[in-house]
Design a protein around this ligand. Structure first.
Ligand code: SAH
Length: 467
């Protein structure tokens, strides 16, 4: 080990930065975050540094560097583009035994500023000892994606309950096991998903002896339209810690690949005509699995609250007091339109956008047609493949011009994406000939024309034939 990692308390202590440019301002920003009393020495200041001086957040010495300026400092950072000055600062600091960092000059440093992941009070610092800062930053980015943004709140919870937990468990091993259970169980999840007061109540109850840390929970997760890269960080994290995954037909196989390997998979998908499992049974299943103490991933295509019946599922969970969280996903309208090169709004063509279902009821599509034919808007129709000919017919019947552009997108965002674009008059026939497979999304409106210019995602025909 070339260096010793330590975390230094600099709150209210004098820290000196030499230099007035962008690099200096980044260092000052870091020092301010840690509460330092910052003095900047530079004959000229730029951008944010000026704002900080004006706001009284930092002190500015408007002068060339002099060694005495370092007296009383707890650390010094040189961030000038003048090598001589940097060298002088380094020598002056070393002779005073003040830790010094010279940006991009490891040989002049007595300490290194690491790349950090800030989840205060938790901090992760990564350093390459000055050998490869770029590598350290890349590693930092990877760690950044692995640690939930609210991770620090777990530490805050632990700090607040530390005394109570100590009273409850005198033995340190018991305390360790207790905290592991809390952090990895539903209480920890509640904190991470922003349900802090519920988490505190639950913890209070456990400490009183009237609750436990092991009960099950449900994650209602939006799996997005198909491309696994469109998952949220939170979705991925929960997918990888679930004990059981209850999923639909709509969830793409690429997304399913990312569910924890050891999780039991329960398919409750619905095909159009045949309901594999009625909704009430799904609701009950989720409750039962959670009551068995499992972490249940309810994985849905797109977003759970957009034509996803997510509301019904959590209603049942609520009735049974099962803890849960809802993780939004990219809904088909968003994902599919982006990948098809069709912006849903556009200053010239569409000032609003409407999502509707095109699901048939008793063989007919029962929609608010006058609202759907208005000009200047985009209409996105979910579940409209079967009803497509009827939808086009009704739109024309209710006054939409027969040449209004319309597109249908099969399995958007996946390697099997196919787009058929035409007009209200011609689409049904084209689609019949193309033999599209569900799921398909319909987009109606002038914005469809933009596709000619904006289409960028063209999966290879080889990949298409996989299905
Ligand atoms: N909750 C989902 C929608 C469920 S309804 C969401 O937010 O996206 C099912 C309908 O979604 C399908 O009939 C289809 O219209 C649409 N859909 C979902 N994923 C799709 C995809 N990858 N490509 C095209 N349509 C999709």
């Amino acid at each position: 080990m070339e260096t010793l990692p330590i975390f230094m308390k600099i709150r209210h202590r004098r820290c000196v930065v030499i230099g007035g440019g962008d690099v200096a301002s980044r260092k000052v920003s870091l020092l301010l975050k840690a509460g330092a009393a910052v003095t900047v020495i530079a004959p000229e200041l730029y951008a944010t540094l000026i704002e900080w001086v004006d706001a009284g957040e930092i002190r500015h010495i408007n002068a060339m560097f002099q060694p005495e300026q370092l007296d009383g400092a707890c650390i010094v950072i040189a961030a000038t583009d003048d090598e001589d000055v940097n060298r002088q600062v380094s020598a002056a600091a070393m002779s005073r035994n003040i830790p010094v960092n010279v940006v991009d000059a490891p040989e002049l440093c007595t300490f290194i500023v690491p790349s950090i992941v800030d989840r205060s009070p938790i901090l992760v610092a990564v350093s390459s000892g000055g050998a490869a800062p770029v590598l350290a930053r890349m590693l930092r980015t990877r760690i950044e994606t692995m640690i939930p943004a609210t991770y620090g709140k777990l530490a805050a919870l632990a700090a607040d309950f530390r005394d109570q937990v100590k009273q409850r468990f005198s033995n340190s091993q018991q305390r360790r096991i207790f905290w592991e259970d809390v952090f990895q169980g539903p209480i920890g999840e509640q904190v991470l998903s922003g349900q802090e007061s519920a988490a505190r109540q639950a913890l209070q109850q456990v400490l009183k002896g009237s609750g436990d840390t092991h009960h099950g929970e449900v994650y209602l997760v939006g799996g997005g339209p198909g491309d696994p890269d469109l998952l949220t960080f939170r979705a991925l994290r929960l997918m990888q810690q679930a004990d059981v995954c209850v999923y639909d037909k709509l969830v793409s196989k690429e997304v399913m690949e990312l569910v924890r390997r050891d999780a039991d998979l329960v398919y409750v998908g619905k095909t159009r005509d045949q309901h594999t499992l009625p909704q009430e049974k799904i609701n009950d299943l989720l409750v039962r699995l959670a009551q068995e103490g499992k972490r249940v991933l309810r994985l849905k295509g797109g977003d759970p609250f957009i034509f996803g019946r997510g509301g019904e599922e959590i209603e049942t969970l609520m009735e049974h007091g099962v803890p849960f969280q809802v993780v939004p996903g990219i809904t088909a309208a968003n994902g599919v339109s982006s990948y098809a090169g069709i912006p849903l709004t556009h200053r010239d063509y569409a000032q609003s956008c409407l999502f509707t279902t095109g699901h048939l009821k008793d063989g007919s599509v029962d929609l608010d047609w006058p609202a759907l034919v208005r000009p200047g808007q985009t209409v996105v129709i979910y579940m409209g493949l079967v009803g497509l000919p009827e939808i086009c017919r009704q739109l024309i019947l209710h006054g939409a011009p027969a040449n209004r552009p319309i597109a249908i997108v099969q399995q958007g965002t996946t390697p099997r994406q196919r787009v058929v674009a035409a007009t209200l008059e011609t689409l049904a026939e084209k689609v019949e000939a193309a033999g599209l497979k569900a799921p398909c999304l319909i987009i109606v409106g002038e914005v469809v024309r933009l596709r000619e210019k904006l289409a960028w995602f063209e999966p290879s025909p080889v990949a298409e034939s996989v299905e």
